[in-house]
Design a protein. Structure first.
Length: 464
C-alpha cells in the first residue's frame, strides 16, 4: 500500500498539464464554432431589412435580437438564422418597430438649418431623405430627428422626396405629411417661388392631396435711387413683364433729363395690381428731388430725399399718391436741400443754358399744357432762378414751321406764358419774368425732317 501511494503521488502532477491543455483545446474549439455560427448567421441576414440587429452565440445556441418592419420580415429573419448549419436553438428576441397612427413626417426650415422629423418607414428611407436634403440644400445644416415606424402610406419615399424639394424654395417654413395629406406653410425664397411650389405639388403620387398651402410670396420690391454725384438713376428689383419693363425705363428717360438710367430690373410674376400705374407717377415725384430713394414694396410706396426748394417739398408731399390706383399706400419723407450759393447773372445764364441743353420743357401736342414729365427739369430751372434773385429773365417760346405762322406765333406765346405761370406758382416774383413768343422765326435747325422740327420746338431762358 505504501508503495502504491508513493507511485500515485508521483503520477498526479503530470496529469495537471494534460487537463489544462485539454481545457484550452476545448475552449478554442468552442470559440471557433461560436464565431463560425455568428458569421454564418449574419451572412444569412445579409439582405434582410432590420434595425438594431444583434446576434450572440453560446455554444450552438443563438440569441437573435432585432427590430423588424413587418411580421413577415421578422419571421423570415428568424427562420434564416434557424436554418444556419450548426445552430441548435434560436432564442428569438426580435420585435416589430412601433406602428404610427397617424403617420406623420415633416421637414422644417429656419434661417440656418433644416430639421427632418416625424417617422420614416425604413432605414434606407431615412438615409435617402437625409442625403437628398444635404444635396439639394447645399451648405445648410440638416438635422435628422426622424424615428422608424410602421404604417407609412404607399409611395411614401417619392412623396417625401418631392416635398423635401419644395423646402429648397422656401426662406423659412414647414412641410408636413400626415398619412397621405400634405400641409405647407412659410415664406418663399424668391418671387415666383410660391407658384413654383404649387406647380410641383401637382406631381405628388396618386392618392396624395393638399389640405393646406399657406406659402406666402416675399414682398414685390421695386427701387429707384437718384444719385446727384454719379448723375445716375439706378433701377433695381422686379417688374411684371418685358412690356412694363420697357415702359418704365422709357418713362424714367423722359422724367430724368440729365441722369443716366442704370437698369438692373428683372421680370417676375407676383406684381400687385396697378403696379405700373403707381410706379410711373412715383418716379415723377423722385425726379423732382436733388437726391432720393423710391421704394415700392407690394402696394406701399415710400419716397425719401431732398427737394430743391420749399414749395417743391410741399407739392411732392401733398401730390404723392394722388394718381395712385385704389388700395395703394404711400409715405413721403421729403426734406429740403440747403440753398445753393448765389451767382451773378452771367453764371446764371450759363446754368440755364446747360440745363436746357440736357432736356426740354415738353407740352401736349399743339397745346400749351406742360406735360408732367417736365417737372424735374422745371424744378432745376426754378432752383437756378432763385440763385440769381436780381436778374430779370426772358422766357422765350419757339415752334417749328408746320401750320400757319399766326397760329405758331400764338402757340409760342401761350407756351412761354405757361412756363412763367409755373415759375410764379413755385414762389418766384412775376415781375422777374417776361414771356415772349417767337413762333417759327428763330429756328435752330431745318424744318425738313422730324429731328430738325423737334430741335426748333423749345423754350429758352435769356438773362437780361
Amino acid at each position: 500500500m505504501h508503495g502504491l501511494f508513493k507511485w500515485s503521488s508521483k503520477w498526479w502532477p503530470g496529469v495537471i498539464p494534460l487537463v489544462v491543455l485539454w481545457g484550452i483545446a476545448a475552449w478554442t474549439s468552442t470559440a471557433t464554432v461560436e464565431a463560425d455560427i455568428a458569421a454564418r448567421s449574419n451572412a444569412a441576414l445579409k439582405d434582410t431589412v432590420l434595425d438594431k440587429r444583434r446576434i450572440s452565440v453560446d455554444g450552438r445556441d443563438v440569441t437573435f435580437a432585432a427590430n423588424a418592419f413587418s411580421e413577415d420580415g421578422r419571421l423570415s429573419a428568424v427562420a434564416s438564422v434557424e436554418a444556419v448549419p450548426g445552430v441548435r436553438l434560436v432564442n428569438d428576441e426580435t420585435r416589430l418597430v412601433p406602428e404610427a397612427k397617424p403617420y406623420v413626417w415633416s421637414a422644417e426650415r429656419d434661417v440656418v438649418r433644416v430639421t427632418l422629423g416625424g417617422n420614416a418607414p425604413l432605414p434606407s428611407s431615412k438615409s435617402k431623405l437625409t442625403e437628398a436634403a444635404k444635396a439639394s440644400l447645399g451648405g445648410v445644416e440638416v438635422v435628422d430627428q426622424m424615428a422608424l415606424a410602421r404604417g407609412a402610406p404607399q409611395r411614401f419615399d417619392p412623396a417625401a422626396l418631392l416635398l423635401l424639394d419644395q423646402i429648397g424654395k422656401l426662406k423659412e417654413g414647414k412641410v408636413t405629411l400626415t398619412d397621405n395629406k400634405v400641409a405647407l406653410a412659410g415664406m418663399a425664397r424668391e418671387l415666383g417661388g410660391r407658384e413654383a411650389v404649387a406647380a410641383a405639388l401637382k406631381n405628388l403620387p396618386e392618392g396624395y392631396s393638399i389640405t393646406a398651402n399657406d406659402i406666402k410670396a416675399p414682398p414685390y420690391v421695386f427701387q429707384a435711387y437718384k444719385d446727384p454725384v454719379a448723375v445716375t438713376l439706378t433701377l433695381t428689383g422686379y417688374v411684371p413683364d418685358n412690356n412694363v419693363h420697357a415702359a418704365l425705363v422709357a418713362a424714367a428717360g423722359r422724367k430724368f433729363f440729365s441722369e443716366k438710367v442704370v437698369d438692373n430690373l428683372k421680370a417676375s410674376i407676383g406684381a400687385p395690381s396697378g403696379f405700373a400705374a403707381a410706379v410711373v407717377p412715383a418716379l415723377g415725384a423722385l425726379s423732382r428731388l436733388s437726391t432720393g430713394t423710391l421704394v415700392v414694396s407690394d402696394r406701399e410706396v415710400k419716397l425719401s430725399g431732398d427737394a430743391l426748394y420749399d414749395a417743391a417739398a410741399g407739392q411732392i408731399r401733398d401730390g404723392l399718391g394722388k394718381d395712385f390706383p385704389q388700395g395703394w399706400q404711400y409715405k413721403a419723407e421729403v426734406t429740403v436741400k440747403p440753398a445753393a450759393a448765389p451767382v451773378d447773372p452771367t453764371v446764371c445764364q450759363q446754368l440755364f443754358s446747360e440745363i436746357l441743353s440736357k432736356g426740354k420743357i415738353r407740352f401736349e401736342t399743339g397745346k400749351a399744357d406742360i406735360v408732367p414729365d417736365s417737372a424735374g427739369l422745371l424744378d432745376r430751372l426754378i432752383e437756378t432762378a432763385m440763385r440769381c434773385p436780381n436778374a430779370t429773365i426772358e422766357v422765350a417760346g419757339h415752334t417749328d414751321s408746320d401750320g400757319e405762322e399766326a397760329a405758331n406765333q400764338a402757340l409760342s406765346e401761350r407756351r412761354a406764358q405757361a412756363v412763367v405761370d409755373y415759375l410764379v406758382r413755385a414762389g418766384l416774383p412775376a415781375n422777374r419774368f417776361t414771356p415772349i413768343g417767337y413762333g417759327s422765326t428763330q429756328p435752330l435747325a431745318g424744318n425738313e425732317n422730324e429731328d430738325g422740327k423737334a430741335q426748333n420746338r423749345r423754350i429758352e431762358f435769356v438773362v437780361k
